[in-house]
Design a binder for this molecule. Structure first.
Ligand SMILES: [Zn+2]
Length: 152
């Protein structure tokens, strides 16, 4: 669910701030949070799809958890932003996107990281929308809160 993706995006951004020192850390975090929602453009009923008109077409073209849920998209976006726009925020897009793939990898459905080339499946035991997901959300929220306290 999208709020769990936002929580993981926040967690990934807070942890990466220990290693990466962007010009503006708030812009950095904001980009990560947006990127954390991007992959579900391939899901017809996702938050991002119901918020942005016309995006439903993406879900029809790609199908859920296909190419848009592979590591290729964030890699390409990173390279395009880095070399095309000479922006260091490309890594933020990569991290945000990856946080989404990681959290989807905790679900029973799982994802194939290198779709469609081969199978490199990551899969967990959590069912989307279940009590377990809420617990994970809560846990990630608490960790984020502790990290924020340490950063300020
Ligand atoms: Zn997803």
């Amino acid at each position: 669910m999208y709020h769990t993706h936002l929580a993981f995006g926040l967690l990934f951004s807070l942890v990466s701030l220990y290693f990466i020192h962007p010009t503006n850390k708030y812009v950095f975090i904001a980009i990560i949070l947006i990127a954390a929602l991007l992959p579900d453009a391939d899901h017809e009923k996702s938050k991002i799809n119901s918020s942005i008109p016309g995006l439903k077409l993406v879900s029809k073209v790609f199908g859920h958890r296909g190419l848009l849920h592979s590591v290729w998209i964030p890699l390409c976006l990173w390279l395009i932003i880095y070399f095309g726009f000479h922006s260091s925020y490309g890594i933020a897009v990569f991290i945000g996107y990856l946080s989404h793939l990681f959290s989807d990898g905790l679900t029973k459905m799982g994802i194939n990281m290198i779709h469609p080339l081969n199978q490199l499946r990551i899969q967990g035991f959590i069912e989307t929308g279940s009590v377990a997901e809420h617990l994970v959300f809560l846990f990630v929220g608490v960790v984020c809160f502790i990290l924020v306290l340490k950063l300020v």
